[in-house]
Design a protein around this ligand. Structure first.
Ligand SMILES: *Cc1c(COP(=O)(O)O)cnc(C)c1O
Length: 427
């Protein structure tokens, strides 16, 4: 970087530092443009994006079909509120529910709002259908979860940084270890008044923890047996990211060929989507459920001014069509296997990287250093210098999640950037 170039990005970083709350710790790179798997910084340096805005940009940056749908709708009608009907919401709701195989959707904007919606829905169902006494409903969650940032959601987080000094906390949650069917069974047997089990099919923020192949299926069966709602938070894992349309169906035998709901997967009672539902163009989230659950919500009991707005509806429909037309689930599955096999080859002889794990194109490399060291951060800075953007997650773990529109040649190029960068850190 020349001195002048450095001055430009530093100026913009300083502005954020001075005028913005310090609630993030970004990697020092200032982006101004994106297309497909690439982003460019203010000095026109080109990078592979290996975060994809936490898997919101599965369809690639500025996908023309999604952008066109957004521009067209933005020029026509942006917001009516739900006080009136609009001509985009109904067709979108029909498309989305058929796409995922549910009776109904409740549209929201952000992921955290959708999780809140699912929690409220599960509680209301518990009181009005299951017959739990008022204020007694409990929801089971997992250690290491990440479901968003509202006061209720952080109430059941284990992340002290996310929780501390934000109390008092919302009650009614029981935490169990992730990926333990025994723990789930024990709590279901020993506790009454349980409304639902909220779980991520892969714990993304925690460091891409991938549970046993049968965990989702067995958890779903246990929930059925105990008349407890199985609530899947697929905000990060869903919409082709892990090599199937939903991560909960990742272990069926269809090899990712199901663009639509498969029969053999652990169908959630409540499905939560966000992020890639809009391809990263606009905040769009959704809660899906069948009538027996969704119909407990009556007018005035839940809502959002922007939820279900015409731009969101048009954008989300375009974004889902791209996933199907471009067979992104299949691509993620194939490239994911290639990525892990190449990384595993490297790791065999590496002292700095100890493990690669993940599914489809949601992967992480565990760095061989103590949790509180800044090695992963330093590696991410070096990756940036070498033209690839990634970010550490909790501990010394680097998540690698490129847009799913990547091709094999690009992926192999990225593998060499990653392994060459790691080599700089070998001792
Ligand atoms: C990102 C994320 C959320 C929160 O979504 P926001 O849009 O940031 O509110 C919730 N759950 C999971 C699994 C996520 O990855």
């Amino acid at each position: 970087m020349s001195v002048i170039e450095k001055a430009k990005s530093q100026f913009l970083i300083d502005l954020e530092n001075k005028y913005g709350a310090h609630n993030y710790h970004p990697l020092p790179v200032v982006l101004s443009r994106g297309e497909g798997v690439h982003v460019w910084d203010v000095d026109e340096k080109k990078y592979y994006d290996f975060l994809s805005a936490y898997s919101a940009v599965n369809q690639g940056h500025c996908h023309p079909k999604i952008v066109n749908a957004m521009v067209k709708q933005a020029q026509t009608l942006t917001l009516t509120s739900r006080a009136f009907y609009n001509d985009q919401l109904g067709p979108y709701e029909e498309y989305l529910t058929k796409y995922f195989g549910f009776d109904k959707v409740l549209p929201m904007n952000t992921g955290a709002e959708a999780v809140e919606t699912a929690l409220k829905l599960a509680r209301k169902w518990a009181y009005e259908i299951k017959g739990i006494a008022e204020h007694e409903a409990k929801i089971i969650v997992c250690d290491g979860n990440f479901h968003g940032r509202t006061t209720t959601i952080i109430s059941f987080s284990n992340d002290e940084n996310a929780r501390k000094n934000f109390g008092p906390y919302t009650e009614g949650f029981i935490k169990i270890p992730y990926n333990s069917i025994d723990a789930l069974e024990k709590v279901l047997q020993s506790t009454t008044n349980i409304a639902g089990f909220l779980v991520e099919p892969i714990q993304g923020e925690a460091g891409v923890y991938t549970p046993d192949d049968d965990y989702m299926m067995l958890a779903k069966e246990l929930c059925n047996k105990h008349k407890v709602l199985f609530i899947a938070d697929e905000i990060q894992t869903g919409i082709a990211r892990t090599g199937s349309l939903l991560a909960v169906c990742g272990n069926c035998s269809c090899e990712g060929h199901c663009e639509r709901q498969a029969s053999s997967y652990a169908t959630p009672d409540i499905l939560i989507l966000g992020k890639a539902l809009s391809g990263g163009a606009y905040p769009v989230s959704a809660v899906l459920a069948n009538d027996s659950i969704m119909n407990v919500i009556k007018p005035g009991q839940h809502g959002s001014t922007f939820g279900g707005n015409p731009v969101a509806a048009a954008v989300a429909m375009a974004a889902l069509k791209v996933v199907e037309e471009e067979r992104l689930a299949q691509n993620a599955r194939t490239l994911g296997k290639l990525f892990r096999s190449k990384l595993n080859e490297y790791i065999k002889t590496s002292s700095i990287a100890s493990l690669v794990r993940g599914k489809g194109l949601l992967n992480a490399v565990v760095i061989n250093d103590t949790e509180d060291s800044d090695t992963a951060w330093k590696i991410c800075l070096a990756l940036r210098d070498n033209g690839l953007l990634a970010k550490p997650t909790h501990g010394n773990i680097i998540r690698f999640a490129p847009p799913l529109v990547m091709n094999e040649e690009q992926l192999l190029d990225c593998v060499s950037i990653i392994t060459n960068t790691l080599k700089q850190f070998e001792v």
